[in-house]
Design a protein around this ligand. Structure first.
Ligand SMILES: [Zn+2]
Length: 305
């Protein structure tokens, strides 16, 4: 019995290893061409798919219906066979997200759609869907209710102003979603860079690109969730519009591939460290907001006296 169980386990492990090996393969390869061409634009003679002088693609001088359609779709990045394909990028964001980001940063950027543009594109689709489906954001007010409880309790009177300040800061973030998302992304990049800089060779800027792709991935998941459940919410530290548990699971999967996090508990510990760093930055920012408010109120009172 035990033997069968171990054999099953070995089988599963072998299968997972093969799956991982397949996911590591970049799946965009342009076969080298030995055909000779004369560039219609700059008259250079060359072999290959692109003119080395001006970058024009071979065979693009004639306008047929096919090239017209391809060019139109290419604006959107929808040409599956070509460069910077949206479809390939979306598929890889689900199938091999960490390896895809690693490839993009490692010099395969021609194969994938740029993260910033893709994020704008996905956000537009997400926003359109919200309007079409008529769904409203579910925001949790748990923390605010807790703060209110403390403020009603006379034992906490010495720290009432502090609690009011924190509540103000939280409400400010909830009311200013755009600033909130910008701050959150900035903080996540800081936290990820801080925690993983010894494991991965990525600079702060490269970590920022990682984060942009992660946002794309979660927006895509948010779209799927929105279509399936007609709901979305933000109640976590991360500005992703899917549930907390899904965020942790997906991040573990991403970091397994991107940072080589092959052991579960250390991976989970480092993910927790990212969240802790996020909280630290929030506390610092809240303190700055409270301090500025206090200084402003003091200043106004000073003026009126
Ligand atoms: Zn040329």
């Amino acid at each position: 019995m035990v033997k069968i169980a171990t054999r099953q386990k070995e089988k599963l492990k072998g299968w997972l290893r093969r799956l991982d090996a397949r996911q590591q393969q970049p799946n965009y390869k342009l076969e080298p061409s030995t055909e000779e061409h004369t560039c219609p634009h700059c008259q250079t003679r060359y072999t290959g798919h692109f003119c080395p002088q001006c970058g024009m693609e071979e065979g693009t001088s004639q306008f047929t219906l096919r090239t017209l359609v391809v060019k139109l779709l290419d604006v959107m990045g929808f040409d599956e066979s070509g460069n910077h394909s949206v479809l390939r990028t979306l598929r890889d964001l689900m199938w091999r997200p960490g390896y895809m980001i690693r490839d993009y940063l490692g010099g395969h950027s021609v194969a994938y759609f740029q993260p910033f543009k893709l994020l704008i594109f996905l956000t537009i689709i997400f926003t359109l869907l919200i309007h079409v489906l008529g769904v409203e954001l579910e925001q949790s007010t748990g923390i605010l209710e807790k703060l209110q409880e403390f403020q009603d309790n006379a034992d906490f009177k010495p720290i009432w102003p502090l609690l009011a300040g924190v509540a103000y800061a939280i409400r400010w973030f909830q009311d200013n979603m755009v600033y909130s998302i910008i701050f959150q992304n900035f903080f996540i990049v800081n936290a990820m860079w801080k925690v993983y800089r010894h494991r991965a060779p990525y600079t702060w800027v490269e970590t920022f690109i990682v984060q942009m792709y992660l946002c794309c991935q979660f927006t895509l998941l948010g779209i799927v969730q929105l279509l399936l459940t007609q709901r979305y919410h933000t109640d976590s530290l991360f500005p992703y519009l899917v549930s907390d548990r899904l965020v942790s699971l997906v991040l573990l999967y991403d970091f397994f591939q991107l940072y080589g996090e092959h052991r579960f508990w250390p991976a989970l510990w480092r993910l927790l460290k990212v969240e802790l760093w996020l909280i630290v930055q929030y506390v610092v920012l809240a303190c700055i907001i409270i301090f500025c408010l206090g200084a402003y109120v003091g200043f106004v009172q000073g003026l009126s006296e």
